[in-house]
Design a binder for this molecule. Structure first.
Ligand code: CAA
Length: 261
């Protein structure tokens, strides 16, 4: 597998574990790390052997403590446009990947870290995790999609409170407001992530991709348009081998053998 400076990738069967490794800066996303993550997730999306990814941060303290403030502090307006564009592209690549990506939030997920976690399909967090969009305290706003994804996930009022206030919330509060989907003791987090990833990796891949598309594209549509999109995607699955196999296996009381066709 390709070696990266700030990102470690490991394959376990058909699951890819992606660990951001800049522990001395609490895994803050400098340009180099964003570029490496872009390569990692482009390759993941294109690799037919991989069915699910887990994204996490190295060390006990942080998932990602944000974009790298040392680099941000040197930007002018044109530089900020480019930095935001690169972060937004990475977030879109994760969200639009044909396969699920689980964020395993092992500690601070702040600013760009919270934003990249929100681009993942499912977020599970350590009980010690703390999440937030503290950009306001730096005189800016989120730039990797935070104003948009946070308000869609937790609603307008809570997003306003978090982004205007700039305070962190703990894992229990993040779970309560729907920002994370499960919370676990820190020592169990990666096992639980692996368990979830393995289960998702065993699902029929075409239907998995279809689910992501229906939910993600539908969220940008009216309810009627979203339901029409669902009808299109639902009906096309009836031309797949996995639909025939899934239903035959149910009726024959056996485990389905999905081929991804
Ligand atoms: N960028 C660069 N370096 C960072 C960083 C960041 N986002 N977050 C932490 N670090 C560095 C610190 O500078 C420190 O480095 P040194 O040891 O060389 O001094 C090291 O990581 C450890 O951090 P602290 O000593 O601050 O650790 P702490 O436990 O006292 O505090 C923290 C932890 C509360 C997370 C604090 O580090 C912090 O507030 N970090 C910044 C969080 C933030 O504002 N994130 C948003 C960035 S802007 C953004 O992300 C914009 C966007 O939307 C794209």
């Amino acid at each position: 597998m390709t070696e990266y400076k700030n990102v470690l990738t490991e394959k376990k069967d058909n699951v890819l574990i992606v660990t951001i490794q800049r522990e001395k800066a609490l895994n803050a996303l400098n340009d180099e790390t964003v570029a490496e993550l872009q390569q990692v997730f482009d390759a993941f999306s294109a690799d037919a052997d991989l069915r699910c990814a887990i994204l996490t941060g190295a060390g006990p303290k942080a998932f990602v403590a944000g974009a790298d403030i040392t680099e941000l502090s040197k930007l002018d307006v044109a530089g900020a446009v480019e930095t935001a564009a690169r972060g937004l592209k990475l977030a879109a690549t994760i969200q639009n990947s044909p396969k699920p990506v689980i964020a395993a939030i092992n500690g601070f997920a702040l600013g760009g870290g919270c934003e990249i976690a929100m681009a993942c399909d499912i977020r599970i967090a350590s009980e010690k995790a703390r999440l937030g969009q503290p950009e306001i305290n730096l005189g800016i706003i989120p730039g990797y999609g935070g104003t948009q994804r946070l308000s869609r996930l937790v609603g307008r009022g809570k997003a306003m409170q978090m982004i205007l206030g700039g305070d962190m919330i703990n894992a229990a509060e993040a779970y309560r407001v729907g920002l994370v989907d499960e919370i676990y003791p820190p020592e169990e987090l990666m096992d639980k992530a692996m368990e979830m990833a393995t289960a998702l990796a065993g699902k029929p891949p075409v239907a998995v991709t279809a689910t992501k598309k229906a939910i993600n594209d539908g969220l940008n549509m009216t309810l009627d348009d979203g339901c029409n999109l669902e009808k299109d995607i639902f009906s096309k699955l009836f031309a797949t081998d996995d639909q025939t196999e899934g239903m035959a296996a149910f009726m024959e009381r056996r485990k389905a053998n999905f081929t991804g066709k």
